[in-house]
Every structure is written in C-alpha cells, then in structure tokens.
Design a protein around this ligand. Structure first.
Ligand SMILES: [Zn+2]
Length: 296
C-alpha cells in the first residue's frame, strides 16, 4: 500500500477494510489476456426504438438493448438487472449530526444483487460512454474535482444517458482525510459540493472519502456540507479481477468500487475492457446489477 494510515479509534473497521481493498491510486493486478475481446470491429446491431427502455434497470431483462448490445461489448450473456425494490432495505441509523456510513446494502441473502460505483474521473473514454449507454449501466460516480473537472461534460453525458447514473462527491483534491483537521476536511467536502452544484445543477447527498479513509470529523463535516450518506465498498475491481473485503466472491448487496481509469493506469487495458471483465465476472457469479440509489 502506498499510503500511510494512522488508525483512529472508532474507524478501525473502516481502516481495515480500506487496507484490504485496493482503493483509488493503488497498484492493480497484472494484465492477462482474455479469451474474448471487445468486438468493436463488428457492426452494431440495430436496436429498435423503445428497446432501450426494456434493458433499463427495473425492467424485464429478457429483451431489449442490453441483450442486443452485450456481444458488441465483449460479454457472453446479456447484463441482468435487478428491479427497483418495493421497499428500501433498512440501514443502520446515522449518529446525530453525522452522515450515515454504508458499505453494503442489507438485502436478503438470496437476493444476488450488486451495485456499480466508479471513482475519481481521470479517464474520459468516449467508448466507455457508448458502452454504458448501450448496456444501460446504472453507475454511481464519485468525482474528484482536480482530475474530473477538465471535462465534467463527459460525466454529465454518463449521468444523462437514461440509465439512472448519478454524480456524487469525492473531494476537491483526493487527500487522505484522516490526516487533516476538521476545517480542512470540511473545505475538501463542501468545496466539491459547491463545484458539483455549479456544474451539475444540484448538490449531491452522497460522498465517498478517498481510499475509504475517514474519521468522526469526516462524518460531521460531511453532514454540515449537506451529505447524508458516506458510501464505501465491499469489492474492488482491479484490471482483471475483484478484490473482496472478505471471502473469495461477491456477496448479495455488495457495493463494487471501480475507477475511471485508462490504459496508463490499467497496464494497457482500456476502461471498456476492464468494465467488460467486471461485468463478465458479475454474471459468472450469478449476480444482477441494481441501481444503488434505488436501495439507499
Ligand atoms: Zn478515489
């Protein structure tokens, strides 16, 4: 791990989780050649108008754009979506004056659903925008101003592609918040709230601390900046494989961390290839993809 971590009383669990899972900026696993590749050279299948909605989260996964598009993006089966739940699962309550911490969604053990989150915003690959739109991927974005702001329009397109993706806060400059006093933490969080509101028209209510590192000051500062939930993760996508918080596979309700990363950070792999491998692994493990905000 590249970062010094100073465990603080009360944040040991989160610290252990962050230590186990490679967070933003960590090294990634070596690239492997896949037996498949994203078949961008194939002609796009014609998609009947209106079919896109059928592939959207909450709709029947049996037909639609998702099914027709999956081969184009290197998948061997259509992406399966979990419908919006009739009732949101009950989360542990937040402490007064502090944002609520969520690292997984407490769905029933039989409900094999996971959630996609992408962090930072360094890579802005137009092919990824096409993939996410074609597959109707609901993505919760956690954007850091100093890497994403060179083209916030890219992430606006992703937000507005009809799949229910959202823009959320990941600080101004991606510091390890645990090393900062309260006022500096608040500046990082509130500052990005203002930047995102100005650019995207609304202040997010969800925040992810860089590297998953936070302390009580973070939760208090976040709440004072208008954040209601601090969203962590239980599985982290590298280049080819997941790293899991525990065990050797995805678990129902897992929040998955991925990054907007390109070939320079993925040892030559593209964002599209990394995402295809992630989706393939989710499918092979028998999971469907849910829209995180439908459960929060
Ligand atoms: Zn990050």
């Amino acid at each position: 791990m590249k970062y010094a971590r100073r465990p603080v009383a009360g944040t040991l669990v989160a610290g252990a989780l962050a230590l186990f899972l490679a967070g933003c900026g960590n090294s990634v696993d070596p690239i492997e050649r896949l037996g498949r590749k994203a078949t961008h050279d194939q002609p796009s299948p014609s998609v009947p108008s209106g079919a896109a909605a059928q592939g959207a989260p909450g709709a029947s996964p049996s037909a639609g754009a998702g099914e027709q598009a999956y081969r184009k993006w290197g998948l061997t089966a259509p992406v399966q979506y979990a419908p919006k739940p009739a009732q949101k699962p009950a989360l542990p309550p937040a402490a007064p004056g502090k944002a609520q911490v969520v690292d997984r969604i407490p769905v029933p053990a039989t409900e094999k659903v996971v959630f996609l989150t992408f962090d930072d915003g360094a890579e802005k690959d137009p092919e990824f925008l096409k993939m996410a739109a074609d597959l109707k991927l609901p993505i919760s974005m956690y954007l850091t101003d100093n890497v994403a702001s060179s083209d916030y329009g890219h992430f606006e397109k992703l937000r507005d592609n009809g799949s229910g993706s959202t823009v959320n806060n990941h600080t101004l400059t991606h510091p390890n918040l645990r090393t900062l006093p309260f006022a500096a933490q608040k500046k990082e969080i509130c500052g990005q709230q203002e930047r995102l509101e100005k650019r995207f028209g609304a202040k997010p209510t969800r925040f992810r601390p860089p590297f998953g590192n936070y302390n009580d000051d973070t939760l208090k500062a976040a709440a004072e900046c208008g954040i209601t939930q601090v969203v962590l993760w239980r599985a982290s996508m590298q280049i080819n494989n997941f790293q899991y918080a525990e065990g050797s596979g995805l678990k129902p309700g897992d929040i998955i961390l991925a990054h907007f990363r390109g070939p320079s950070e993925l040892k030559g792999a593209t964002e599209v290839q990394m995402t295809a491998r992630m989706l393939q692994s989710i499918q092979e493990q028998g999971f469907r993809i849910g829209r995180l905000e439908d459960y929060l």
